[in-house]
Design a protein around this ligand. Structure first.
Ligand SMILES: [Zn+2]
Length: 357
């Protein structure tokens, strides 16, 4: 029966991780464990009004999509003095740093400079019988507020923002996150696995292992590049060690499968443990040695041990794919069972609230 199911997976592209995009970008209001401020994006987040309505609260929709204005002194962010980053609530584009926030006395969160040149855009707003410079998110065009010329030095600008349009993430300046990069078949599955591991703050889906620059999902999926679907794991090494991540990595797959994982075949699905230094290389090789000796596998370990060079972040709609598409066939048939299997193998390393039943 299992073989029959696998055969179905292989013959029906419909089931496969390689199916074409449905275009469902990851922008939503679900707060990720830890947002990584990304200023490398190249595509805008575009949605219909109905799509925005589904992922925003009524107040967020009113402000960001209907040019609404929140009541002064109504936002919890107005008096917020914590260190961190303010993101676009709609698309998670980083907009402002807390270090540029000041108390304007207007009742709206105010900043004197945006996070980056890709944060906001200015347009002319002639509503309410006056001409003002409207500020919107450069990535998703969400209305955010207005900008005035009466701000403090060094810019002299006052970005007067609607707190409802923002999402603040506190920065824990004491925690420096480490990075680890792995490939083991479909990145949707691996991302979901590592998102559930204690001490892991964020996992990004992308491509690694090849030399081509700016690879797309279609290029990698065709097998024409040297890249494999991969994930980059941001973790707090005080809470989870690299050897523990290796334990999760090998538990999440059949490391003896050559150029593929489960129903996904092709070298873009090969298994790779990337190392960033000699110590990590040694840890990986030792772990593979232990697995080989354990007799658990009848075939040799096929997972490659490769020096890390570069990770290319995948298109938005691949990020948090399992979380955003829990009812999709592939997710139901492959990703979730794989997540459950892995968690069962290493329960001590899983966040209790992320344990799949
Ligand atoms: Zn946005």
């Amino acid at each position: 029966m299992k073989n029959l199911i696998l055969a179905l997976f292989i013959t029906q592209g419909f089931f496969s991780c390689t199916q074409p995009s449905k275009g469902s970008a990851n922008a939503g209001t679900t707060l990720m464990d830890n947002l990584i401020p990304d200023t490398t994006w190249t595509t805008k987040v575009e949605k219909t009004r109905e799509e925005w309505k589904k992922i925003l609260t009524a107040a967020q929709f009113n402000i960001t999509r209907e040019q609404g204005t929140e009541k002064p002194f109504s936002s919890e962010y107005e008096k917020n003095k914590e260190t961190g980053i303010y993101y676009c609530v709609s698309c998670k584009n980083p907009l402002f740093r807390s270090t540029t926030k000041f108390d304007s006395g207007t009742g709206w969160p105010s900043f004197y400079a945006p996070y980056s040149t890709k944060s906001v855009q200015v347009s002319t707003d002639n509503s309410e019988g006056t001409s003002r410079d409207e500020i919107s998110c450069q990535r998703c065009d969400a209305h955010l507020g207005h900008v005035f010329n009466d701000g403090p030095k060094p810019t002299g600008l006052r970005y007067c923002m609607d707190g409802v349009a923002l999402l603040f993430q506190k920065e824990d300046i004491n925690v420096k996150l480490s990075k680890a990069t792995f490939a083991a078949g479909c990145f949707w599955c691996e991302e979901a696995v590592f998102e559930s591991v204690k001490g892991v703050k964020e996992v990004i889906s992308g491509y690694a292992g090849g030399n081509e620059e700016n690879p797309t999902y279609e290029q990698v999926g065709s097998g024409a590049t040297g890249h494999a679907e991969a994930i980059e794991v941001y973790y707090d090494s005080a809470l989870v060690s690299f050897p523990s991540l290796l334990k999760v990595f090998f538990a999440s797959q059949d490391p003896t499968q050559v150029n593929g994982q489960g129903p996904d075949n092709g070298k873009q699905y090969r298994s790779i443990a990337f190392y960033r230094n000699a110590a990590e290389k040694q840890l990986i090789e030792e772990y593979i040695g232990q697995l080989t000796k354990s007799g658990k596998y009848t075939k040799p370990i096929a997972a490659q041990v490769v020096p890390y060079t570069k990770f290319w972040q995948a298109e938005d709609y691949h990020q948090n794919y399992v979380q955003h598409n829990p009812n999709e066939r592939y997710v139901q048939m492959e990703s979730i069972p794989r997540l459950r299997r892995t968690q069962k193998a290493v329960p001590e390393l899983i966040k209790p609230d992320k344990m799949v039943k």
